[in-house]
Design a protein around this ligand. Sequence first.
Ligand code: GLU
Length: 446
Amino acid sequence: MNVNNLMAELERKHPGENEYLQAVREVLESIEEVYNQHPEFEKAKIVERIVEPDRIFTFRVTWVDDKGEVQTNLGYRVQFNSAIGPYKGGLRFHKAVNPSMLKFLGFEQTFKNALTTLPMGGAKGGSDFDPTGKSDAEIMRFCQAFMLELWRNIGVDTDVPAGDVGVGGREIGFLNGMYQKLARQYHTGVLTGKGETWGGSILRPEATGFGALYFVEHMLKLAGKSIKDKTVVVSGFGNVAWGASKKAMELGAKVIGISGPDGVVFIPNGMTAEMNDYMLELRASNRNIVAPFAEKFPGTTFTPGKKAWSIKCDIALPCAFQNELNGDDAAELLKNGTWCCAEVSNMGCTPEAIHAFQKAGILFAPGKAVNAGGVATSGLEMTQNCMHLSWSGKEVDEKLHFIMESIHNACVKFGKQADGHIDYVKGANIAGFMKVAQAMLEQGVF
Ligand code: GLU
C-alpha cells in the first residue's frame, strides 16, 4: 500500500472533503507498516474498500417554525461499514454538518465500534439543522420531519442511530416516537440513548465521559501516575463534558475550566457538584453559550473569545468538536506544563497538535479509543433491548469498565514501540483496522 497514491485517488473521488481526507490519512499512516505484512489484505484490496462508505442517503427535511415559516434542511445517513455488525452511530444536528463531516465521522465510527469488543458496524448521520435558539416545539417538529424520511433505512438489525452533537435524550425521544408511529414497530431497540422508562440504558448519558475517564485512569496507571489532585480542563459544556467532569471529580481531580463557542470559564477552586448539574441546564437552554455559568457562580470568571486551552492544567480533555485543539493551542498547553491530553471528542485535535504532543512525549490518546465508552454503552443498550430486560447502573458500569480496559489493552498491544513508549494513535488504529479487515476478508468480495 502506498499512502500518497491512495490519498490522491480518494481526493479525486471526494474533492475538497478535507475532514474526511484528514481522518483517512491518519488511519492509513498508522496501519501502513502492518498492512504491508499482510499480502492477503492487499490482494482483496481491503484498504481501497474500507475507506469508502457502503452507501449514503441524502434527503430534504421540511418543517414549520414557530412563526409559521417553512424551513428546509438537509438530512443524511452514511452507512459506512457493516462487516462486523449492523450499522451503528450517532446523529449530529449542527449548522456545519455536510457530507465530508459525516463521512469522516462514519469512518472513525467503524474503527471505534470495532474496538468496543461488541458486534457493531459503523455509521453516522444528521442534519445542518441548527438547534441554537430553537424552542422545544420546533425541535420536535424538526425531529419528526427528519424521521419521516429516515425510518425506511434504519432498523433493529440494520442500522441503529443514536445521539451526537445537538442530539440528546430529548431529540431521541421525538425521533423514537415518530419511528414507532411510522413503522408500527414497537421494539425498543431502533435508537439508543433512550429514556430510562422506555428502553434506555440507565448509564448512557454518563457513558462517554465516564468511559473516557476510565481510559485515562488506565493510561495514567501504566505511566506510573494518578489523576488524584490533578487539574483538568474540559472544552464544551454538553453531555460529554458533563460526564467527563463528573467522573474526573469523583476520581479526585480538580476541574478548573469549561468552555463554549463564546469563550471560557475559569473555575479557580474547582467544579462543585452543583456546577456540574448546572451544565445540563445550560445545554438544555439551547442558547449554546457558557457565559451564564460565570454569572451564576461567583468566584468563577468568563473570558470571551478564549479557548479552554488557555488555562494552565495538568490534563486537557477536548470534549466538544473536531479540530477544536490546534497546533497553537497545543504549544500553549505544553508551555503551561500540560502532560496528558485525551481526546474525548471525535478528532478533537488537529494533526499539528497531535504531532506537537507526540514530539514533546506527553501522554496522548485519540478519540476513537477514549470516547468509545459511549457507543459501547449503546451496544449494551441494544443487547438489553433484544433480551427485553434492563440492567442496573452498577451492572452497566462494570461492563463499561471491562470494555474500556479491553480497549486500553488493545492500544497497548498494537501501539507499543521498540523503546517501550505506547503510541495510542497507532495502537487504536491498528487494533480497530485489523478486526474490520479480517471480517471483510473472511466474507468475500462484494
Ligand atoms: N455519537 C457517539 C459517538 O461518536 C455515540 C454513538 C452511539 O451511541 O451509537 O460514538
